[in-house]
Design a protein around this ligand. Sequence first.
Ligand code: CA
Length: 675
Amino acid sequence: MTGNYFLIILTAMLSLNIAGDHPTAKKENPIIYPVYDGEDLGVHYTAQKTSFRVWSPAAESVTLRIFNEGHGGEVLDVYQMEKDIKGTWLFELNGDWKNKYYTYQAKIGNKLMLEVPDPYAKAVGVNGDRGMIVDLSETNPPDWENADRPPLKSFADIVLWEIHVRDFSVHPSAGIQHKGKFLAFTEEGTRSPEGQKTGIDHLVELGITHIHLLPVFDFATIDESRLEKNQFNWGYDPKNFNVPEGSYSTDPYDGNVRISEFKQMVQALHKNGIRVIMDVVYNHMFDAGKSSFENLVPGYYFRMRPDGTFSDGSACGNETASEKPMMRKFMLESLKYWVQEYRIDGFRFDLMGLHDIETMNLIRKELHAIDSTIFLYGEGWTAADSPLPEKDRALKSHASRLNGVAVFSDDIRDGIRGPWWDNKGSGFMAGKKDLEESIKFGVVASTMHLQIDYKKVNYSTAPYAANPLQTITYVTCHDNPCLWDKIVNTCIGCSKTDKLDLQKFANAIVLTSQGVPLLHAGEELVRTKFNEHNSYNLPDSINQLVWHNKHLYYDVFDYYRKLIQLRKNHPAFRMPSTQMIQNHLQFFETDKSLLVGFQISGNANGDTWKEIIVFYNADSLDTEVELPEGEWVIVASKYSIEEKGSTVKGFNSLQRGKTTVPKRSILVLVDKESV
Ligand code: CA
């Protein structure tokens, strides 16, 4: 926002007389709403006075109700708010109103709209139906002032680990007390029955730098008053964007508790050197017709079809309109609030393609003005068509216009594992041919490289990332089959050993490629979701991490740990610019299918290793390859990762001329002088 008082045009009908009836676009008869550019929307509490400000420009009146409880009970007081500037309504209550609850109800036309929570509420009661007046300073845990972000030099150094709060701790083998809660992330020293580190200790041992939390803002589909029922949902159904989810707290009734426990989670992760990313879902709301947005300003915050119904680019029933000034302002202020109040370190934007490029660039600019290490990325696609013009969408193909915002690469994802729409569809890892160019495209993180034939890349015909840090490199996430299930479906006739090889191979490609790698939690534990590809509302038995697996598949865990270590120790695998990749990374020309090889030369990005050779052999047979002149030492293979040179017996560590790349695996060699 510029701070100017400017007008916006809402193409809506003037006669809004029925709540739930949505305005029809009618260009000859637009409603012009003033934009409120102040920063005091919501509630502001002091012990002497509480003030309320809400934007409802079409309202004839707005009623404020105060309650003792977050749900049920008698209303304590009813007030008519006073019309104030730029479409806002204001009310001030003298005295101390801490821990009271409140709602708004607008009258628009002759229609009394639904009673709703404040869209700017910072605390709510159970199930998020009423806002709550809290003293935020009282929600800070002890020593909160020392919960600074862990250091981060470059986005190139990031290793993301995507987890659902409940999945992390709910299985008994986690050995964690606060099952399914924010507080689970604060429990240090937890062990599986077999003695393996679990919980936060596991994250430190694995070596990831950022934890990416599936939705943790208040969402609708878990009944917070019936938590004994062990309900599950991913949480892509927003209700209150600025409040933590209640079911993840130990007391969803008292709005202070979830705030405090969320902060304790961030504090513990920061203390252990791990940054925290929130998955944010500003693109739609759970129930638009009943939402606070729609009942305060009908037809404004959501994109509408010409017939007056909600457009549905999210495939969840509605989509918000980031291009409208007050929605854009809402997103900006919400994100800044999470950064400043909760010390969140970055955001993953769900269906970012539904947000407009201008909004995303403004978000990047304003968040980086607070802290330039905040990492932003999103899904560069929509779930269905949208009225937002294609040219304005924050799509993957527009990444070069999204300054400093990264996008998920479905190109390398499906290149490695196979198509998202077909559980049984094979990818490179399981021997599907003609995906080599997609893998190479992933190796250079969707940037421009002369040795890639872009016509042969699976989903893209041109490079889209202006630099490698605009690409999230991954093979699976919460959506679609998890890695093990995909392997089982596509590695036909394979032994268990072959399948476990693929579990290593898939992310060995990810972690030796450029870009910002993302791991789906539990890939290192050979997690299965029993072939359920859309487990958003399925029980814990499908979704939970089973920590017994760490003992059972320790070899896989340790391989992942060492891959991450290899990446951290060797900046050649995380170059920050397209130019640097072009200067240092050359692919080998080969006639063989299912083989990709490249050399990173010249102490790339300051690496201590001068020359690095990487091969990916996706064939079901070992493959012989020609090595360049010189003496080479194997530092990573399917058998081991040893940065000082492999000592695995029966597998020569020093190679001249030709060498063998075992089936379904990577091979990394380094010039002998460097190790
Ligand atoms: Ca909730």
